[in-house]
Design a protein around this ligand. Structure first.
Ligand code: ATP
Ligand code: ATP
Ligand code: MG
Ligand code: MG
Ligand code: MG
Ligand code: MG
Length: 253
């Protein structure tokens, strides 16, 4: 018993390279679906936004947050999710490859595990996969700017996609024609087009589509006045200061 552990083969273990991440920095892990342009087409997602598919992403992210208590915030939009670990986390001794591979595989397996539940009648036609990366942010401002960057991204993409798919689905334009129509337009032009052509006030579209989903841990009073920590989903603006003032526990000030 235990013979292999002391064998002459064991030296190969020493070839493993250390990859601990720096102390005292925010650790962000971002996952992104591989080829989801095609995946969403093959699985007939509603365009521009399939709410069930977004909810499935959110459920997979909650599973990750339940496993990793050191995640203080997660942010998702489209086929991507970012997880923010508190600076002091010592999970897996901050080993980058362990962290990244656990989070990526748990997210992916949870996505598949919950597919039936969220996508009801749709058969999953092939196994989806997600890439993952770790990014370290030394300052609170860097972290805020990172999240602002992702949230600005969903705004730009969603406004474009909403205009694009209305032109295609309601005006009967081809994809090419819709693209030409939108080329060189500014946000104000797209807002105007949505309103005049389709009677859509962009700001009234579901916040989940416009802002993405923020997952936070909150203490909530439940019926018998017990305090419980729950993971709550929000679709607020994170770019302005208000969000950070409303949730001071995040940056600790
Ligand atoms: P890559 O492998 O490089 O990430 P990709 O095809 O996944 O390529 P992304 O830039 O990640 O490209 O974009 C994801 C695409 O997936 C979106 O452009 C959109 O077409 C589609 N998509 C993702 N989620 C949804 C959703 N909930 N509803 C509708 N479409 C979605
Ligand atoms: P860790 O998360 O640290 O890897 P672990 O419980 O997965 O912990 P391992 O050293 O990876 O520990 O060992 C995997 C264990 O899983 C084995 O010791 C064995 O008990 C069990 N196991 C894995 N595959 C099989 C199998 N095909 N049949 C029976 N038992 C298995
Ligand atoms: Mg991408
Ligand atoms: Mg993708
Ligand atoms: Mg993406
Ligand atoms: Mg194991």
């Amino acid at each position: 018993p235990g013979g292999m552990a002391c064998s002459r083969f064991e030296y190969v273990k020493s070839f493993e390279q250390g990859d601990d991440v720096l102390q005292n920095v925010w650790i962000v892990i971002r996952l992104d679906g591989k080829g989801f342009h095609k995946f969403s087409k093959v699985h007939d997602f509603d365009k521009p936004n399939d709410a069930n598919a977004l909810n499935l992403m959110n459920i997979a992210a909650v599973a990750v947050m339940e496993e990793f208590r050191d995640i203080i915030l997660a942010y998702g939009q489209s086929d991507e999710y970012s997880f923010v670990f508190r600076k002091e986390t010592n999970v897996f001794n901050r080993r980058a490859s362990k962290l990244l591979s656990y989070v990526t595989s748990l997210f992916t397996s949870s996505y598949v595990y919950n597919w039936m539940h969220c996508m009801s009648k749709k058969t999953l036609l092939y196994p989806p996969c997600f890439d993952g990366r770790i990014v370290l942010y030394p300052s609170d401002q860097n972290l805020r700017d990172y999240l602002s960057w992702r949230q600005a991204d969903v705004h730009i993409n969603n406004l474009y996609n909403t205009a694009f798919w209305n032109l295609v689905l309601k005006s009967g334009l081809t994809n090419q024609e819709a693209e030409t129509e939108l080329r060189g337009t500014f946000s104000a032009d797209k807002n105007e087009l949505l309103f005049t052509k389709f009677g859509i006030n962009y700001n009234n579209l579901p916040a989940m589509f416009r802002k993405g989903t923020i997952l936070l841990r909150k203490r909530v009073k439940i019926e018998n006045s017990l305090n419980r920590q729950l993971i709550v989903d929000l679709h607020n603006d994170m770019i302005r200061d208000k969000f950070w003032k409303d949730h001071t526990e995040l940056l600790g000030k």
